[in-house]
Design a protein around this ligand. Structure first.
Ligand SMILES: [Zn+2]
Length: 272
């Protein structure tokens, strides 16, 4: 990379930092693209709390919680996901997601892409008993795996479809246990005039628990949240790098730069 392209790579950041005066309009943020293996190596050891904070950062009600409360909820959601995984494995004597779906009466469909979707979607649960796994994203993820050496990091036996399916099965199970399951009974008080109560559910709790459920069922040794980077990478390495930066920040770690950018940067600093 030469100085000119390096300048280009950094200009969106510099414009943000130094507040260049421009007509205000939305500019899509740019991120320095990292190799997938580097990102996975850095993220794979992140703990439940840091993944939970990353998940919470996407929750519209995030601002309602103190750090302490957020951490408490994250741990409870993880425990809830694990508890339900064990309960269902025992009850149905089944831990293979496809067979568990079958025993639960959940129908699984494998269309290539979602209909009318304006964004990339990997899988979804639809009431009352349907799960959709979008094969285009799974195929792209396997392509990424084959092109890079990330099987060494993610494990040879990683079955992406199983992880996605297990996550969505949790949403079905939640529905069946809606009156008692923690992810549904936990509410937050929103503002309302005195005599009224306005208690709202918290969507992110379901997502955190669904990931813990998927991890327990598939026996993964790391959080399935790492899939966010991995699956997005197949569509857009720059977006995936942006997610990596966020995830590193929530883990209190410093996002690494690719070697070639680091050395060009050092060269500029020494020359100046
Ligand atoms: Zn979900």
């Amino acid at each position: 990379m030469n100085k000119e392209s390096l300048k280009k790579a950094f200009s969106p950041i510099a414009e943000g930092l130094f507040g260049k005066q421009k007509t205000q309009h939305y500019v899509k943020p740019h991120f320095i693209v990292r190799p997938i293996n580097m990102m996975l190596e850095d993220l794979i050891g992140n703990d439940d709390i840091s993944w939970g904070k990353y998940a919470f950062s996407r929750e519209p009600l995030n601002g309602k919680f103190s750090d302490e409360k957020r951490s408490e909820l994250i741990l409870k959601c993880n425990a809830c996901g694990v508890e339900y995984a064990r309960k269902y494995i025992n009850q149905y004597n089944e831990s293979e997601p496809v067979d568990l779906a079958d025993k639960l009466g959940v129908k699984v469909f494998y269309p290539e892409m979602p209909q009318n979707a304006d964004r990339v979607l990997f899988a979804e649960y639809k009431d009352p008993n349907k799960v959709y796994i979008y094969t285009d994203s799974v195929k792209k993820a396997y392509d990424t795996m084959n092109e890079s050496q990330c099987r060494d990091i993610l494990g040879n036996d990683l079955n992406i479809t199983n992880v996605l399916l297990a996550h969505e099965l949790f949403h079905y199970i939640e529905e069946q246990n809606a009156k008692t399951i923690f992810t549904r009974t936990e509410k937050v008080e929103l503002w309302a005039p005195k005599p009224l109560h306005n208690r709202s559910g918290i969507n992110v709790l379901s997502e955190i628990a669904a990931m813990a459920f998927a991890r327990e069922i598939t026996g993964l040794s790391y959080s399935p949240y790492i899939m966010d980077v991995f699956l997005v990478y197949g569509y857009n390495p720059e977006e995936a790098s942006g997610l990596y930066e966020e995830m590193m920040e929530h883990a209190g770690k410093i996002a690494r730069l690719p070697e070639e950018i680091k050395s060009s940067l050092e060269e500029i600093i020494t020359n100046d």
